[in-house]
Design a protein around this ligand. Structure first.
Ligand SMILES: NC(=O)c1ccc[n+]([C@@H]2O[C@H](COP(=O)([O-])OP(=O)(O)OC[C@H]3O[C@@H](n4cnc5c(N)ncnc54)[C@H](O)[C@@H]3O)[C@@H](O)[C@H]2O)c1
Length: 328
């Protein structure tokens, strides 16, 4: 049994709490949150114990820590876990600041703790199948990748102001997906963006963006993001190669199509990430537990987290300069 401390009892913390508590090889031992009432509620729901922040990770009966607190606390928590010698699964992103992300990775590396990041989309069964088809050569040599990722509606402007911007907050998932599927590092990033929502524009961010990546071996990837989408959470990927194409479409609540004189209709895409990626959150935890048993996994490492942030920073620079940005 792996005994977990969960840090953060918010939206995503609740999902991880349930998945840990339901996993046959895991126990949710402790929950900690800056909001002690939130920690107490979630702990009680899954028969765990709420603990204060200072006692959260040091205890000898904790085997691993899942960090699901606000982004600006991730680096501090990783360093606390490193000092206590505890393996970490941390929600994305590592941090919004490259220097801080790099310094906390160095601390984790020196301590020798396993550290993985929650790029959950790697565990979506449809995207895993895409990855397998590309690796098997079914579509020949991969040439281009199209990633479409649109949220159903924008978060509050107060969140946008603290988010680090669309590239670091939202597109970071797609940038990791691009690296994972391309199988080679992007060497050039070109971004364009606009704000269709005036309040988001006034807050200094974009809500609609297109990014083009080019790898050293000539593969091209286009990522389209929007903070709003009329038909649900739009999550699609197409991989095009010399011998064919593989495409992952949106998921709907049922697979029923209804036809009438006006044509054919299906349901909207699933509402948002909690529904669309429910399986992925379970499977990533499964692999974290496998990783602790030294089995090979697809989990994003701390270094993958740093590289995704590098691309997000480059996209932001490209947007500001209006020209492509080369990466070393
Ligand atoms: N992988 C995904 O699909 C996904 C989805 C949503 C959020 N996230 C990430 O998860 C993290 C949390 O997001 P959320 O939507 O659950 O936010 P949230 O605001 O719902 O929850 C964050 C929680 O962290 C707590 N907190 C704040 N400071 C703390 C500290 N110092 N120590 C412990 N707890 C503290 C808050 O009280 C709150 O309960 C963010 O980094 C976000 O980027 C990932």
């Amino acid at each position: 049994m792996i005994r977990f401390t969960l840090i953060g009892a918010g939206r995503i913390g609740k999902i991880h709490a349930e998945n840990i508590a339901r996993h046959p090889q895991a126990t949710l031992a402790y929950v900690a949150d800056a909001d002690s009432a939130a920690a107490a509620d979630l702990a009680q729901r899954w028969s765990a114990k709420a603990v204060g922040l200072d006692a959260a990770v040091g205890s000898s009966d904790v085997d691993a820590v899942l960090i699901a607190s606000s982004t600006d606390t991730h680096a501090d928590w990783i360093e606390r876990c490193a000092a206590a010698g505890k393996p970490v699964f941390c929600e994305k992103p590592l941090d919004l600041d490259m220097e801080r992300a790099t310094s906390c990775l160095q601390v984790a590396q020196r301590a020798g703790i396993p550290l993985y990041l929650g790029f959950n989309r790697r565990y979506d069964p449809s995207f895993m199948r895409l990855k397998r088809e590309i690796a098997a050569g079914t579509i020949g040599q991969l040439e281009t990748l199209h990633i479409i990722s649109r949220d159903p509606s924008p978060p509050p402007v107060d969140y946008i102001k603290r988010s680090g911007g669309l590239f670091r907050d939202m597109m970071i998932h797609d940038l990791d997906m691009a690296r994972w599927l391309l199988g080679s590092e992007p060497v050039e990033v070109f971004a364009r963006g606009t704000a269709v929502n005036a309040a988001i524009g006034a807050a200094g961010d974009v809500d609609t963006a297109m990014v083009m990546l080019r790898t050293a071996d000539g593969k091209l990837c286009q990522i389209a993001n929007s903070r709003r989408c009329a038909f649900g959470y739009d999550q699609r990927i197409e991989a095009f190669g010399s011998a064919g194409m593989a495409r992952a479409d949106n998921h709907t609540a049922t697979s029923v199509t209804v036809a009438g004189t006006a044509g054919f209709t299906t349901e909207p895409a699933l509402p948002f990430f909690l529904e669309r990626y429910a399986a992925a959150y379970r499977l990533e935890l499964e692999d974290f537990i496998a990783a602790l048993a030294k089995r090979p996994v697809e989990l994003a490492s701390g270094e993958d987290g740093r590289r995704a942030l590098l691309l997000a920073d480059a996209a932001q620079r490209s947007l500001e300069k209006g020209t492509p940005v080369a990466l070393a």
